[in-house]
Design a protein around this ligand. Structure first.
Ligand code: GTP
Ligand code: MG
Length: 347
């Protein structure tokens, strides 16, 4: 028999048999997650599949008061718990595969291990092992020709890396950085249903679109621009981004661009793309800014986290945004969406 429990601390389904979000119990997406996990917990040590690491989607969806964080990348339920409890910013990182999404997240963690930025210093992380695993993989490749970040596979689904930062005047701010496979994003124009599962976009404080500088300096330059254009156009058409979101267009791996004989052409292509996005969508988004970054530079002349800290500053900045009105749709993202900060004021 399946015991009724719910990761939402406000839900008393165990006592009342009723879902606090108004779903018929069997249809509650939170319940479905728990049931499916409870139905498949048998650890068969001979079964290769059961030895695979749990993905964010396959783990329990929330950190309850009695649970201990695994330190792995956070599922949407676990991220929602942080949003519910703390002053949080969500940085959503979107881009085709190998554009540098995961590296951007781990570069911030790496940076705050050794330094502080402006008034911000490291105040902890609930995903230390997840960061360490990703950093270790990159560092352990240093013996090779260049450090490599491990690819994020599509089956891993959506996850969030977590950093807590502190400053004297603002206190603690929690930062959630999305991580997902690039293949998912490049396929969304063909699979519009996938747009419905873009939970990381709806609640983002800052949505950034990455343009791979290395590819832009190569023969693949047209494909790179088209991919990013197509992703932005799809998200606009599907109304996944709009007046509530600050958007960043990011040229990544600028260390490679810097050394390239095509540097001027790359700068020009990037500038044209940014101008086009501003022209097409400037009036429909809260803000559009562009950044050039080298999250993992191979050149000593580039400061660590080159350009990434400007993105961080932009993400942490408070903004004047209308209070988000919770949609009446029956989606798993509901509680995530509802957790917009209500006290945002312009600074
Ligand atoms: N030289 C240089 N390499 C970088 C930089 N940022 C990322 N890389 C490399 O680019 C490759 C791809 O980076 P990832 O962070 O894994 O890219 P991703 O967008 O997460 O890719 P998927 O997980 O496949 O979607 C890795 O080998 C990184 O080491 C950078 O600033 N400079
Ligand atoms: Mg990745």
């Amino acid at each position: 028999m399946t015991k009724l429990t719910c990761p939402n601390p406000d839900c008393r389904v165990a006592e009342t048999g009723k879902c606090v979000e108004g779903f018929p119990v069997k249809e509650c997406p939170h319940q479905q997650k728990i049931v499916s996990i409870e139905n498949h917990p048998v650890a068969d040590v001979n079964n290769e599949e059961s030895q695979q690491e749990p993905t964010p989607a396959s783990r329990s969806t929330s950190l309850t008061e009695t649970s201990v964080a695994s330190g792995e990348i956070l599922s949407i339920g676990e991220a929602t718990d942080i949003l519910r409890k703390r002053s949080t910013r969500v940085l959503t990182v979107i881009g085709p595969n190998k554009s540098g999404k995961t590296t951007l997240g781990i570069s911030l963690y790496d940076f705050f291990q050794h330094a502080s930025f402006d008034r911000w210093s490291f105040n902890g992380s609930m995903t230390l092992p997840a960061f360490e695993k990703r950093c270790h993989h990159a560092r352990s490749q240093c013996g090779g020709s260049s450090p490599e970040t491990q690819r994020t596979s599509r089956s891993e689904g959506l996850g969030f890396l977590h950093l807590a930062l502190h400053s004297h005047d603002s206190g603690r701010i929690d930062l959630l950085i999305s991580d997902r496979s690039g293949e998912f994003y490049t396929a969304i124009a063909d699979n519009l249903e996938d747009c419905e599962s873009l939970h990381e976009v709806s609640r983002a404080d800052h949505v950034i679109f990455l343009v791979d500088g290395e590819k832009l300096a190569s023969d693949e330059r047209h494909g790179v621009i088209n991919d990013v254009r197509m992703i932005i156009a799809t998200l606009m058409e599907e109304e996944k981004i709009g007046v509530n979101q600050r958007v960043g267009i990011i040229l990544t791996k600028y260390d490679i661009v810097f050394l390239s004989k095509f540097k001027e052409r790359v700068d020009r292509d990037f500038e044209n793309l940014v101008n086009q996005v501003e022209e097409n969508y400037g009036g429909s988004l809260a803000e559009i800014k562009s950044f050039k970054i080298a999250a993992r530079s191979e050149l000593d002349t580039f400061e660590p986290c080159y350009g990434v800290l400007d993105i961080l500053e932009q993400t942490l900045r408070r903004q004047h945004i209308v209070k988000h009105i919770a949609p009446s749709v029956s989606e798993f993202s509901r509680s995530f969406l509802q957790l917009q900060e209500t006290d945002r004021r312009g600074e």
